[in-house]
Write a protein that binds this ligand. Structure first.
Ligand SMILES: [Zn+2]
Length: 95
């Protein structure tokens, strides 16, 4: 069984992907925010998907995260639950 990897496109297996938005932003300090649940998009096939339970540190300045952010990251991980990838369809009219 494969561990889901949100950095790989579930449609075309491309690694040419990027995070586009995050859910549940939890501010750590002026530059760092913890995101729990992140949306990704593929640059090759324009696919989009949601990584539920995926925690990341958004750092406006770039570089290594602070100790404060790493501690918040670990705490968010312990609450995030299982990682689950869910494709986002383009057609939203059935919701
Ligand atoms: Zn793709």
């Amino acid at each position: 069984m494969n561990t889901p990897n949100p950095n790989v496109c579930p449609t075309c297996d491309s690694r040419n992907t990027g995070a586009t938005f995050g859910w549940e932003p939890q501010r750590v300090n002026a530059d760092e925010t913890i995101l729990t649940g992140v949306g990704f998009a593929c640059h090759d096939c324009d696919g989009q998907w949601m990584a539920h339970g995926f925690v990341m540190i958004a750092n406006r300045k770039g570089g290594a995260p602070s100790e404060e952010a790493q501690a918040a990251f670990l705490e968010a991980m312990s609450r995030a639950g299982e990682l689950r990838i869910e494709p986002i369809e383009d057609e939203e009219d059935e919701r």
